[in-house]
Ligand binder design. Structure first.
Ligand code: 48H
Length: 256
């Protein structure tokens, strides 16, 4: 029995990983914007691999606002909530609320069911950069990263890479630093997030979701940090719309 169980895990995992070595889209970070993008891209028939540093995908969803596990949305994202089967209650004035655990688990479940493949406890530590194009990511196990073990990584090739890493916008930051490229931002680099202004931050998160460089896209808080938008605190409509927008941009570029 022991041999069979172990072999089943090893064989299935490597079968999955082998198929993910070259994909249409890599999503770095399984927060709300990344998972929403992953589902819509997978629904459109694209192969998608999501790499998430933590053991549990979900990013900033689980904790709601200050660990109070309710999520607030504007009612104009009701169609996205419906696509993910999320039940939301009317909070008045055009706002909806939903249970944070339901939101996180629905995003995980529906993006996975659509065909996106998750690699949790895997960190993206670098990009692959060939002939003025971002064409993949460099990955390693998070425990290797955390323990600072001197272990070389592996590489996944992709036609498009989404920086969905949230506040630090890790992928764009390292692309600007290591590849020495000019991102499509006012300075050519990462502008840095500005303080709290909910209405502005919500609008700019969607506006700032863009193709930054051939092969490199941003979503969610990363998009805002890269373009210097205001933060918006515990409201998630902008993250949801950003995920849907980046999926549409990539589908336009790669072909539907
Ligand atoms: C693998 C990585 C790496 C890496 C990071 O922060 P997230 O929830 O992402 P978004 O942008 O979809 O949502 C932002 C939202 O949660 C939020 O923080 C809001 C609304 N804040 C407002 C405010 O004012 O504070 O998730 C990003 C995910 C996390 O799970 C990270 O662990 C993961 O990306 N990640 N995964 N390789 N190099 N870097």
């Amino acid at each position: 029995m022991e041999e069979k169980i172990t072999a089943a895990i090893v064989n299935r995992f490597f079968e999955k990983l082998r198929k993910s070595l070259t994909v249409d889209v890599v999503v770095v970070g399984a927060g709300p914007s990344g998972m929403i993008a992953a589902k819509y891209l997978a629904d459109a028939g694209k192969s998608v691999a999501l790499f998430e540093r933590k053991l549990a995908p979900g990013g900033g969803i689980w904790g709601g606002g200050m660990l109070m596990n309710e999520i607030v949305f504007q009612d104009d994202v009701k169609d996205i909530l419906d696509d993910f089967g999320i039940t939301a209650a009317d909070a008045g004035d055009g706002y909806l609320t939903a249970d944070a655990v339901e939101v996180a688990s629905a995003l995980i479940y529906h993006s996975r069911k659509a065909g996106a493949v998750f690699y949790n406890a895997v960190s993206v530590e670098d990009i692959m950069f060939h002939e003025n194009r971002v064409c993949g990511v460099v990955i390693n196990w998070t425990p290797v990263e955390r323990l600072q073990m001197h272990v070389d990584p592996l590489v996944v090739t992709a036609r498009a890479v989404i920086d969905g890493t949230g506040h630090p916008s890790e992928v764009a930051t390292l692309a600007a630093r290591k590849a020495g490229i000019r991102l499509d931002t006012p300075s050519g680099g990462v502008m840095g997030e500005r303080p709290m202004w909910m209405a502005s931050g919500e609008a700019s998160t969607v506006e700032n979701t863009k193709r930054l460089y051939p092969g490199l896209y941003s979503s969610g808080m990363a998009a805002n940090n890269i373009m210097g938008g205001f933060r918006m605190g515990p409201i998630f409509g902008g993250m949801f719309k950003s995920g849907r927008k980046v999926a549409a941009l990539i589908l336009d570029d790669l072909g539907r």
